[in-house]
Ligand binder design. Structure first.
Ligand SMILES: Cc1cc2nc3c(=O)[nH]c(=O)nc-3n(C[C@H](O)[C@H](O)[C@H](O)COP(=O)(O)OP(=O)(O)OC[C@H]3O[C@@H](n4cnc5c(N)ncnc54)[C@H](O)[C@@H]3O)c2cc1C
Length: 566
């Protein structure tokens, strides 16, 4: 279990939290009850469920005011950065304190540095946290709980129109991280460098005025305030801040995900056994349900004989499909033994769950609002990670240099208005265009039940004929423009009838948006090739490298002609 047990124990909830679900969700209640701190995790699950219900009820709360804050907040503590939400924010805050010497505070309505998920990532991506100077090699090695030799993607093909085999990949999501160990390490770094944190602290409101943010928080029923240069909103998919900044919808697609980090599965090399050297990246075991949901499994070995299993489905945010995580857990516990055999000493361990958000941009460039004056959204609240792989942790780490360096620079130079903060985001054109591929994974009630598997088998069969690097880049969010074109041009050659599927999943409007995404991606590709052109797109390219700092200076100079102190 995670190193943070004592802290969870303090927050353990009463067993009565299960009572209303005992009859409707017997498998879920029984599994959670058997877990250490099961009631704590169940409370966090219900909290997300509640946020989902609020979202679909379209109750919009005004939480940002562009006016003077209450008089009583005047003498409240001042920080350079305050983070709302204690998941990925804990890693960011540690870097801002350690590498940039900024005064930071992180608060969470539950526990800062404890999350309900575990992460896999590609080794080369994870190493970024060492290169940037946040983690020592020793610290990084301690949180890596498993490295596996290869991974695969496979779609059920029994009823499929097209046939594709299991596709093997090396160096793809090949490292399992104990998320809570990593967050715990970062919390220690934060404290060591003068940072602060506050558990059981709920965000209530933020006033933006005169170059600073004043945040109203509630802890133990008591209202108080925090003041800062920048409020970083890391409150996840249902962040009320992100919802106000994006009134038409904070995300367009989602991936409801549930699972466990369990031990005691039967080990072996058969399909329904766990091979601790292999990562199962994407896998379907059957066709879609009658309600349209195409269930997908992911499984990867973790610490000792633990095996992380996730069950999820791709969906549109406005569809009528049941997106309740509690209901999905009931399906998960019923179907788990059909995925992997449970051994005699099987232990559910602990749960993992969440509603991962994504955006299909109907535009050439980023269409998502991620900032306003003195406020910046990061992590799932910004919803800019890959709509295909949903690797929010990977995207956060890949762009870590860019977001930490630029934010520190902005704060130190008092460049915290919306136009500057908007530039600090993880948008990548080669990743965002993959939202169009992700649409093929969305099952619908009106589709035949084999639709998603047929389409994915078609794509897999093409990937199998292309150089291995194409599939690898697709699943590591590093797809190059040339590889994208290779893949796209192979489809009509091998499957002349594939256009029918394009129309089925996308329709005319969807294809028009896809074309716009492609123009944006192409422009980005060519502009970034010519490094003499001082353009926004080129700067984006610089951001992903170590030149972030100088890129921001030149970008701001070219746009604003502002005199900036360095
Ligand atoms: C089951 C699962 C498995 C995943 N696996 C991977 C993976 O293997 N690799 C990968 O790259 N990505 C993975 N992801 C995606 C990745 O986990 C997320 O992108 C990432 O965790 C998002 O972190 P976050 O801190 O932005 O949001 P969250 O983790 O949602 O954290 C938000 C925090 O804000 C707090 N909060 C919310 N509202 C308030 C409020 N009003 N006041 C105070 N606090 C508040 C919450 O308590 C929570 O702690 C997975 C996601 C899920 C759900």
């Amino acid at each position: 279990m995670s190193v943070c047990l004592t802290e969870i124990e303090e927050y353990t909830t009463d067993d009565s939290i299960f009572s209303p679900y005992e009859n409707s969700h017997p498998k879920t209640v029984s599994a959670f009850r058997s877990m250490q701190n099961g009631s704590y995790w169940f409370e966090r699950l219900l909290s997300l469920e509640h946020s989902w219900k609020l979202k679909i009820s379209h109750q919009k709360k005004v939480v940002i005011s562009y006016s003077k804050p209450p008089e009583t907040s005047k003498k409240s503590p001042y920080f350079d950065i305050v983070y709302g939400g204690g998941g990925l924010a804990t890693i960011h805050a540690a870097a801002m304190a350690k590498l940039h010497n900024l005064k930071t505070l992180v608060f969470d309505r539950f526990t800062v540095g404890i999350t309900h998920r575990d992460w896999n990532i590609s080794q080369v991506e994870f190493d970024e946290l060492i290169h940037i100077g946040l983690l020592t090699e020793e610290q990084a090695n301690k949180v890596v709980v498993r490295k596996y030799k290869s991974g695969f993607v496979e779609f059920f093909s029994e009823n499929s129109e097209f046939k594709g085999d299991r596709i093997w990949m090396e160096g793809v999501l090949d490292v399992a991280i104990s998320a809570n160990d990593l967050l715990h390490t970062c919390k220690d770094i934060l404290i060591e460098h003068g940072g602060e944190f506050s558990h059981s602290t709920t965000f209530s409101h933020v006033w933006v005025h005169d170059g600073q943010a004043t945040i109203e928080i509630i802890k133990d029923g008591v209202v108080s305030y925090l003041r800062c240069a920048v409020f970083v909103d890391c409150m996840g998919s249902y962040s009320p801040v992100a919802q106000q900044l994006n009134p038409k919808g904070a995300f367009t697609h989602c991936c409801p995900t549930v699972g466990t980090i369990s031990s005691g599965f039967v080990q072996g090399t058969n399909k329904d056994e766990v091979d601790p050297t292999i990562g199962e990246i994407l896998l379907t075991l059957d066709d879609a349900q009658v309600d349209g949901r195409q269930f997908i499994w992911e499984g990867f070995p973790s610490k000792d004989d633990e095996f992380v299993t996730y069950l999820f489905f791709y969906d549109e945010i406005d569809s009528e499909t049941d997106k309740s995580l509690v209901n999905l857990f009931e399906v998960f516990f019923e179907k788990l033994p059909s995925y992997k055999k449970l051994g005699e000493n099987f232990d559910y361990g602990r749960p993992a769950f969440g509603m991962i958000p994504s955006i299909l941009h109907p535009s050439l460039v980023n269409s998502r609002t991620v900032a306003t004056d003195s406020i910046l959204c990061l992590g799932d609240s910004a919803a800019l990670s890959s709509p295909l792989t949903y690797c929010g942790f990977g995207s956060f780490v890949r762009n870590f240099d860019r977001t930490t360096t630029l934010l520190a620079f902005s704060i130190k130079n008092k460049l915290t208005s919306v136009e500057y903060l908007s530039e600090i985001n993880v948008y990548e054109p080669n990743v965002s265009i993959l939202g169009n591929f992700a649409k093929f994974l969305v099952g619908k009630k009106k589709f035949e039940q084999n639709t998603v598997n047929s389409m994915m088998n078609m794509i897999v069969s093409i990937l199998q004929e292309l150089p291995k690097s194409v599939a690898k880049s697709l699943f590591t969010d590093t797809l190059k423009w040339e590889d994208y074109n290779k893949l796209m041009s192979s489809v009509p050659v091998k499957y002349p009838n594939s256009y029918k599927y394009l129309f089925k999943h996308h329709g005319f409007i969807g294809l028009f948006h896809w074309a716009k995404n492609f123009v944006g991606f192409t422009a980005y590709h060519f502009l970034t090739k010519n490094r003499n052109t001082q353009s926004k797109t080129q700067i984006l390219q610089h951001y992903t490298g170590s030149k972030a700092f100088s890129a921001l200076v030149s970008y701001f100079h070219s746009r604003k002609s502002t005199s900036i102190s360095v």
